[in-house]
Design a protein around this ligand. Structure first.
Ligand code: DGJ
Length: 683
């Protein structure tokens, strides 16, 4: 039995065959009673292994209803028939071994609790005595008892529409999400929540893998949902070399009795744990010039923006794409990571010092895995990109992808970043990635079906990120992939913030952030205030709305400040100052999602150290007030002490905790008052 602060997870060896089964998972004590996953043990046309709530079973033993592991000797029939080979238990850890002597295979199911969280990590380790082809090697299978249709919540979308919270009820059949894009992708987050229909209790999983992946949920006939999750090998299989161990990515498993909202707080706490000591580093107010100047980057224009940004209270100035040689547009330049001498006539070092002279930290955008065909790097190393012999290479956003699985490419990227971070006083690095691998091959490297290019790219990416953390510990790293295309726990453990979406239009952003906060913590959610009406969503919202929305995470500004009136700058200055006052509550407190973007008022509540911050946003529907009789909208707060009193620091209004919990905090919206940031102090 594994115990976390509030949950327990009990596994037993099956009386029916050589596998481990889930006995119970839920609140502490849930195991005291007959297992909800116990079953009649009557099977027709299937085997007991097909019906069992098995933790992990290979094809062979589980022939019909979805195996977690599929292996074969080259040229032979697929199938593993293993026996239990012992358990090891440690503090918050469990390892269960199974061996197939015919194949010389040893598989270990690994479990580990994460201190201070309600998360259990699961993964598997496979070691072979002889060569095996692995077609499937999931990280884990997770069984959830349901009494009817399982309610699945997932985060889906596309570029500029990431993290849309979507739900379906699955009475029978198979549900699948995943990515073959070499990154988690914009279409689905590697995350799933499961509830038993309308029941509150929520189970969640998240896969720690920034490459190809799948999550498959199968509603089984005997009232249970079985979820499998893991990598998807890009050539259809990987070769397990004799003596080697293949370790699958970790699957984080979370439980909360308090619905999706409680589950989100389990994930938030886990991501604060991932941040470690770096959590305490204040997330500075960023100004990024991308939306203001695009590729039209030069020292004078950037300095003008930086001056305005400093005036309104920004603490960090980031030069995005377009600062390096040959980058007049997106057709050229990637790979040649040298500042454009024409754009920075006094030298880039001087430019950085000028920015810093304004009291701002300096940040830089890079896309280290990318190369433009029209670049010196590509001319010198055409063999560094993914390609398939005899086939054309396709361009996506006019660029190719470097094979970051190659050590020489990793060394080039590390050398480039070291050079830039040492030559200039860069304290913030935005790592972008704008094209997935298409013709993914490595000519001359031997038989393609023996290469695990997806895993090699991931290993290269993580190696470089790990290097940044150790060699440049003071540099804050932002993860970005054309918006939110590469957000997973491996990335989040090595970056400080991530960019959820290129869509910064207010109401669209609200919906992106609402979904994002189900899976990810406020301290990683980079969010910018940009100009009305935005490039995607013309629905008008006030400047206040944009600020309150962005304050829900890590505040940045991306608007063209040159065009801002003094009034607008003054308002921005006030909002930025308010953000600085509340950011420790927002980033370190407990966050609760209030309502949804479909409601007329939607918000987020943050609590820490006796302070409650409520970001409230009116999505547009007014009730006719003040022209007609009407009442204020209300946001019911949660988690407060009903017997305590809470004082609004701006208005002085005092509320009883019971009032805020029962009736909620009132908001009177109008056409030009559509957002509020309320700070309550517990008296
Ligand atoms: C995509 C990113 O998501 C944007 O923020 C911006 O950095 C552009 N790339 C630059 O090309």
């Amino acid at each position: 039995m594994l115990r976390t602060e509030n949950t327990s997870y009990t596994v037993r060896l099956s009386p029916d065959g050589p596998w481990a089964e889930l006995d119970a998972w839920g609140p502490l004590g849930v195991e005291e009673g007959p297992s909800a996953l116990d079953w009649s043990r009557r099977t027709h046309f299937i085997t007991p292994a097909d019906a069992a709530p098995a933790e992990y079973l290979p094809y062979g033993l589980r022939p019909f209803t979805g195996a977690d592991f599929v292996a074969a000797r080259p040229g032979e029939e697929r199938g593993v028939w293993w026996e239990f080979d012992g358990a090891e238990e440690g503090e918050g850890a469990l390892r269960l071994a199974f061996t197939d002597d015919v194949l010389g295979l040893r598989t270990v199911l690994c479990y580990e609790t994460v201190p201070g969280t309600d998360v259990i990590l699961r993964w598997t380790e496979h070691t072979g005595r002889e060569e095996l082809r692995l077609e499937r090697f999931d990280s884990a299978a997770v069984n959830i008892p349901v009494t009817g249709a399982a309610r699945l919540t997932y985060l889906t979308g596309q570029w500029s529409q990431e993290f849309q919270r979507t739900q379906l009820d699955l009475p029978r059949g198979t549900f699948g999400i995943g990515s073959l894009q070499g990154v988690p992708g914009h279409a689905y987050a590697p995350w799933l929540a499961v509830q038993d229909g309308d029941a509150e209790a929520a189970y969640g999983i998240a896969l720690e893998w920034p490459g190809n992946w799948h999550i498959t949920a199968e509603a089984e006939p005997g009232r249970s949902l079985r979820v499998r999750a893991g990598r998807v090998p890009h050539e259809g299989a990987v070769v397990l070399v004799p003596g080697d161990t293949l370790t699958t990515p970790r699957l984080a498993c979370a439980f909360s009795p308090d619905g999706l909202d409680g589950l989100s707080r389990v994930w938030h706490r886990y991501e604060r744990h991932l941040a470690g000591d770096r959590l305490r580093r204040p997330r500075k107010v960023l100004y990024n010039s991308w939306e203001a100047t695009g590729f039209d980057v030069d020292a004078a224009g950037q300095l003008e923006l930086a001056k305005s940004a400093a005036d309104i209270g920004a603490e960090l100035f980031v030069v995005d794409d377009g600062w390096f040689t040959g980058r007049a547009d997106d057709t050229a330049g990637l790979g040649d990571w040298y500042p454009d001498p024409t754009a920075f006539p006094q030298g880039f070092g001087q430019f950085v010092e000028d920015i810093r002279g304004l009291g701002l930290d300096f940040g830089l955008w890079v896309e280290p895995e990318a190369v433009s065909p029209a670049s010196r790097l590509y001319a010198e190393h055409p063999d560094w990109v993914y390609r398939i012999d005899g086939r054309p290479t396709r361009l996506v956003r006019n660029q190719l992808l470097l094979d970051l699985g190659r050590t020489d490419v990793q060394d080039f990227v590390i050398g480039t970043l070291d050079r830039l971070l040492t030559a200039y006083a860069v304290s913030y690095l935005k790592w972008d990635m704008n094209r997935p691998p298409t013709e993914r091959g490595r000519p001359g490297a031997g038989p393609a079906d023996r290469l695990d290019l997806d895993a090699e790219h991931v290993a290269g990416y993580l190696r470089v990120l790990d290097h940044l953390r150790t060699a440049h510990p003071d540099v804050t790293v932002e993860g970005c992939a054309g918006g939110g295309g590469r957000i997973d726990h491996a990335t989040l453990a090595r970056t400080d913030v991530v960019w959820p979406s290129d869509n910064t239009a207010p109401l669209d952003r609200l919906s992106v952030q609402f979904g994002f906060l189900h899976a990810h913590a406020p301290h990683v959610m980079s969010s910018w205030v940009t100009d009305a009406p935005g490039i995607f969503d013309p629905r008008p919202r006030s400047l206040a709305f944009r600020f309150v929305n962005a304050i829900c995470g890590v505040l940045g500004v991306g608007a063209d400040l040159r065009a801002w009136t003094p009034e607008k700058r003054a308002e921005a200055t006030t909002w930025i100052a308010r953000y600085k006052e509340v950011r420790d509550v927002v980033h370190h407190g407990e966050a609760r999602l209030l309502g949804t973007p479909e409601d007329s008022t939607c918000g987020v509540q943050y609590d820490a150290g006796g302070r409650t911050v409520v970001a409230a946003l009116s999505t547009g529907r007014l009730d006719g007030a003040p022209l007609l009789p009407g009442r204020p909208d209300r946001l019911r707060l949660r988690g407060l002490d009903p017997a305590a009193r809470y004082r609004d620091t701006a208005t002085g209004t005092s509320y009883g905790g019971a009032h805020l919990l029962h009736h909620g905090l009132p908001f009177v919206w109008s056409a030009d008052h559509d957002a509020d940031l309320v700070v309550l102090i517990r008296a």
